[in-house]
Write a protein that binds this ligand. Structure first.
Ligand SMILES: [Zn+2]
Length: 258
């Protein structure tokens, strides 16, 4: 896939509207192309903004004065054409520009204040659910099928830029059945696969930007549960159709065993 094709698909990719084969092609390209990964992040930010009903833009009180100060002193005149249509006065062009700049400034400020963080997490949780579903649909659940953590952990050596922590919780009813490489949050990530009765749990792991440990947070959609937390410099995102209580138990086990 080339960049232009990737650009065409990227919105559908974010909205999970692509079929499995197109998704795989887009992800392959994103893995290799930093520019398209940047585009993906930028688009996600816009999607996040548009989907947040709490977001409102308030223009600063000083803005109208600033706009007037750069306008020519002559009053804008509406000239009538031969028909009854009016020509848009020049006044509106700088005002639209100023409004656009205000919106962009607002976006930057809100991002700095972390207003995007919660809904970014929701987007990432939805992406994690998609990866979980795809892993089950595409019959590509396991690259390394093994119940032995000492087989699964070294399998990632050389395939990722980090070594994910791998633990088995068979005694607690969450049996490690293997791992695979996956792609999430614009990164190559480790996916550990656990079995809970007849349910599959995908545990996605990648290095965290923060070294702080965090308590588990949850997200639920379409019958899937997501629990995510930070521990020892890694992000953990567990996804399953198993019920929320059991998935939280799984998360507690992972957090405690370290
Ligand atoms: Zn590209």
């Amino acid at each position: 896939m080339k960049c232009e094709e990737c650009h065409e698909y990227i919105d559908a990719y974010i909205d999970n509207e692509l079929d499995v084969s197109a998704t795989i092609l887009v992800e392959q390209h994103l893995r290799e192309c930093g520019k398209c990964r940047q585009l993906l992040e930028a688009r996600k930010m816009v999607v996040t903004l548009l989907s947040d009903p709490q977001v409102r833009f308030e223009l600063p009180d000083s803005l109208p004065g600033k706009v007037r100060s750069v306008l020519p002193s002559a009053r804008p005149r509406l000239r009538q054409r031969s028909g009854s249509r009016f020509v848009v006065p020049r006044f509106f062009v700088p005002f639209a520009l100023a409004a656009a700049i205000a919106v962009i400034l607002g976006l930057v400020l809100m991002n700095q204040r972390g207003i995007f963080n919660r809904s970014n997490s929701d987007l990432l949780a939805q992406e994690a659910i998609s990866s979980h579903v795809r892993s089950l649909l595409a019959a590509h659940l396991l690259d390394v099928p093994s119940t032995d953590q000492h087989t699964v952990k070294p399998w990632f050596d050389g395939k990722l830029k980090f070594s994910p922590p791998v633990q088995d919780f068979a005694n607690e009813g969450f049996r490690l059945i293997g791992g695979r490489l996956d792609f999430l949050n614009g990164l190559d990530v480790a996916a550990l696969v656990y079995q809970r009765r007849k349910h599959v749990i995908n545990l996605f792991i990648w290095p965290s930007e923060s070294l702080q440990n965090t308590a588990a947070k949850t997200f639920t959609k379409d019958g899937y549960n997501v629990v995510y937390w930070n521990r020892d410099g890694f992000e953990f995102w567990a996804v399953s159709d198993v019920n929320g209580v059991e998935l939280n138990t799984f998360a507690d086990l992972e957090m405690q065993k370290s």
